[in-house]
Design a protein around this ligand. Structure first.
Ligand SMILES: Cc1cc2nc3c(=O)[nH]c(=O)nc-3n(C[C@H](O)[C@H](O)[C@H](O)COP(=O)(O)O)c2cc1C
Length: 451
């Protein structure tokens, strides 16, 4: 039995001055945000109600169908049209108008779960006692919308004994996105620290432009301290972080990292190192020699460093800072190790710029989840479809980037999807393979005598 969400989005958004499905909510359109929230809430299918001639929607994260209505379709007409399209398997309907794009997944999941409980037909979220959206209904209760003249409110009023309120802390269950002012406050709310860690993760964007403002006193120490609570293989803690703030040294770092402007501009560059030095010292203290030639130990140290690095990125972003990871730190590993005076058996796995961001890049999206999440066994049969999805999602992002002037100052080639780019990056003519041809030898000379 499935849960189907209906998103009425047939209006022209007159007061807003544009189609609300395409409102830009900090790099994601309203309809994309809704699709992600519904997917995360466990909804199986989305029916988007659109008017004839409305612009096509971008690709959405969740299985969806478009239901067309004539004119602008008021809410009740939109719901009637969607109701006629429900499959027999649909047991629960969630109505989420496009205006309520900021409602979080946990609210949707809580309301849908309440509607499925025995004795309940309809569940609606409340904020400070006032009911809002989305309204979740059992299929039978929703079917009453078929009668002409009936509106959503009437369904709720039919049998109060079967209506359950779900109190939430999310004010967006009440607020519409009706006017440009509503949109402004929605964007401001989205730019503030999100309540949920998952939502915060989904908002990540690499930032490549920074104000010169330094971090707050003690902030970096606090963030790195928190970041190192990442899991660590056998508790080896095989990492080190070298923070560079001195402008002269930062300029040298930037030169070694392909002259990337953001390395120079960010108030802090951190080198995230895979570090066997302390383990070597520990072994030596006990009359042993660290087995730095072990590929397993090299992997453990590199994985430890990556986990710390990603934790640090999230910690920074949670406090309003922006980051960009810098793999170009492996362009000249020996020179960088020398500049940072790294001891033997320590290399910079990657760098990271940290600071107050001044750019507003679009979120980049990712390939379809079906290419990443498999159940029980890896389903390689899906790959062809996933690649199509990856290309579509990359082209969507490129088109949206170009609308606002391009990516990193350049227009993105719309002809190239993700697959074209991978073939170019890692096929036979890979410039990365050529540029990093000496990496193993360089790592050897840094004390990782890999065999
Ligand atoms: C290990 C690693 C190294 C990276 N190196 C660089 C780099 O040298 N320069 C840069 O501008 N971005 C770099 N990136 C950022 C990626 O380009 C970026 O994460 C990717 O395009 C996805 O975009 P998003 O982070 O905005 O979602 C790196 C990312 C990772 C994970």
């Amino acid at each position: 039995m499935t849960i189907v969400a209906i998103v009425p989005a047939a209006g022209k958004g007159r007061r807003m001055g544009r189609d609300k499905a395409f409102l830009d909510l900090g790099g994601t359109t309203a309809i994309e945000r809704i699709a992600h929230s519904l997917l995360a809430a466990g909804v199986d299918e989305l029916l988007v109600v659109r008017s004839h001639g409305a612009a096509p929607l971008p690709s959405l994260a969740i299985a969806h169908r478009i239901v067309l209505v004539t004119g602008e379709g008021d809410m009740a007409d939109s719901l009637r049209a969607a109701e006629s399209q429900l499959d027999a398997s649909c047991a629960t309907v969630v109505v989420l108008p496009v205006d309520h794009a900021l409602v979080e997944a946990d609210t949707i999941a809580a309301v849908a779960a309440q509607a499925m409980r025995t004795g309940t037909a309809i569940a609606r979220p409340t904020f400070r006692g006032k009911p809002g959206h989305p309204v979740a209904m059992r299929r039978e209760a929703f079917a009453a919308i078929r009668s002409p003249g009936i509106v959503l409110r009437d369904l709720v009023r039919m049998d109060w004994s079967k209506v359950r309120d779900v109190p939430t802390a999310n004010a967006w269950v009440l607020a519409d996105l009706d006017t440009p002012q509503d949109l402004e406050s929605a964007r401001a709310a989205l730019a503030a620290t999100p309540g949920s860690v998952v939502e915060h993760m989904r908002r990540h964007r690499s930032r490549r432009s920074y104000s010169p403002a330094p971090l707050m006193p003690g902030q970096l120490d606090r963030l790195v301290d928190a970041a190192r609570y990442a899991s660590t293989s056998s508790f080896i803690q095989a990492y080190a972080v070298v923070a560079v703030e001195d402008p002269v040294r930062k300029r040298e770092v930037s030169k070694l990292c392909a002259d990337q402007k953001h390395v120079l501009e960010a108030p802090v560059f951190v080198a995230i190192c895979a570090d066997l030095h302390k383990i070597a010292a520990a072994c030596s203290q006990h009359g042993q020699t660290v087995q730095a030639q072990s590929f397993e130990l090299f992997l453990q140290a590199t994985i430890d460093a990556a986990l710390l690095g990603q934790n640090l990125a999230l910690a920074c972003e949670s406090e309003g800072l922006g980051i960009c990871m810098i793999g170009a730190a492996r362009n000249h590993p020996i020179e960088l190790a020398r500049l940072l005076q790294l001891p033997a058996s320590c290399y910079v796995a990657f760098g990271m710029t940290i600071g107050t961001p001044t750019d507003e890049p679009l979120t980049r999206g990712r390939m379809p989840l079906a290419g990443v999440l498999h159940r029980e066994v890896y389903e390689a049969a899906r790959t062809a479809t996933v690649l199509v999805g990856a290309d579509v999602s990359m082209r969507d992002w490129a088109a949206r980037c170009n609308e606002q002037g391009g990516y990193q100052g350049r227009l993105v080639n719309l002809d190239k999807g993700w697959t074209d780019r991978m073939a170019q990056l890692w096929g036979e003519r890979s410039s990365y393979v050529a540029a990093r041809a000496n990496l193993v030898a360089e790592l050897k000379s840094l004390g990782f005598d890999l065999r």
